[in-house]
Design a protein around this ligand. Structure first.
Ligand code: SF4
Ligand code: SF4
Length: 326
């Protein structure tokens, strides 16, 4: 039997021992907040290892720092993620606070959450505040989605998309943005985003009458649950080699960590959500959400903490939480 702790330690060491080029922060535009690891799903590729049994959730003291941070650092976009961020008691409070400030708000939504008990009015709440919905749909075929995200997820996701469409999401001139996220089913790079978006558009409309704004293709990061499954099946080294061999230096200036700060449920800060999941703190370990709110810092020019997983962001056309980079 394989010991998963040993595998994770092995993966962590591989990530840290890296020749990835140095990169530095630019203007901060986005605060990405991971509200906790509780999720109604437990997908096989999840880099957060989220699931129904995870209990880690941001406390109210940390929640209250978020509007202060937005004001102090003139943040233009609040990006809410998890787990399923909608399961947090203060998810709606944060949206109301951000919308009073007129900034963009993103909900990284797994779609099935819309049909969970207690979330019946979630869609209309998101529409009321014009929250941008970024929704995972790794394929337009039921088998592929259910294989990666769990049995029955595809049909529930389609129902979720229909509900969002009925509220105006994804429709031209509605001002309600609905972006879908594709990530490869296995250890491969995503196909070109524009061509795949066209396929999604045709098939989702023809089969289900569904419309959406854009498709984001995202590379699977070789960390956490996905890395463990690759390691167990003997594919991790090949996947890491694929990412390295596909390195495209043009993506370096666009990687999302240059303009984003990621906060975990404890209020610790990271250069991105992937670093957060690996426990790779920002270079200055004294910084956290609390200290950044107490004393404003100039983050521009600060060196970003990198590792071998960063090749996942620079491979091929590049990858970020907003899809392809170049
Ligand atoms: S990938 Fe998203 S929906 Fe799936 S378990 Fe992770 S957080 Fe939940
Ligand atoms: S994983 Fe990507 S976003 Fe995160 S630090 Fe590395 S290059 Fe930046």
């Amino acid at each position: 039997m394989i010991c998963h702790d040993k595998i994770e330690l092995w993966i962590y060491k591989k990530v840290r021992n890296s020749d990835f080029p140095k990169i530095f922060r630019d203007e901060l535009t986005t605060l990405q907040v991971n509200l906790g690891y509780k999720c109604n799903q437990a997908c096989s590729h999840c880099h957060v290892d989220a699931g129904p049994n995870r209990l880690e959730m941001m406390d109210i003291n940390t929640i209250k720092l978020i509007p202060k941070f937005i004001d102090l650092y003139n943040v233009k976009c609040l990006d809410l993620t998890g787990g399923a961020p909608e399961l947090h008691d203060y998810f709606r409070y944060l949206i109301e606070e951000a919308s009073q400030r007129g900034i963009r708000v993103i909900d990284r939504c797994n779609l099935t959450i819309l049909s969970e008990p207690g979330q019946e009015d979630l869609g209309s709440f998101l529409a009321k505040y014009k929250v941008i919905v970024v929704a995972s749909l790794p394929c337009y075929m039921e088998d592929n989605v259910d294989k990666q995200r769990g049995k029955g997820v595809f049909n529930k996701s389609i129902n979720g998309l229909k509900e969002l469409n009925s509220l105006g999401y994804g429709k031209e001139n509605s001002n309600l943005e609905l972006n879908l996220v594709y990530n490869p089913i296995g250890a491969a790079l995503a196909p070109p985003q524009i061509a795949l978006e066209e396929n999604y558009r045709k098939i989702l409309f023809k089969e289900y009458g569904i419309v959406f704004s854009s498709l984001y293709t995202i590379t699977n990061m070789p960390i956490n649950r996905f890395a463990t499954s690759l390691k167990t099946s003997g594919k991790l080294d090949d996947y890491n080699k694929l990412l390295r061999d596909s390195y495209n230096k043009n993506n370096l200036k666009e990687v999302m960590c240059r303009s984003l700060i990621s906060v975990d449920w404890k209020g610790e800060i990271y250069d991105c959500d992937f670093n957060q999941q690996l426990g790779l703190r920002v270079k200055d370990h004294n910084l956290n959400l609390n200290s950044l709110v107490k004393l404003k810092q100039n983050l521009k020019g600060k060196e970003i903490t990198v590792g071998n997983h960063c090749y996942g962001c620079t491979a091929g056309a590049g990858s970020s939480c907003s899809g392809q980079l170049t």
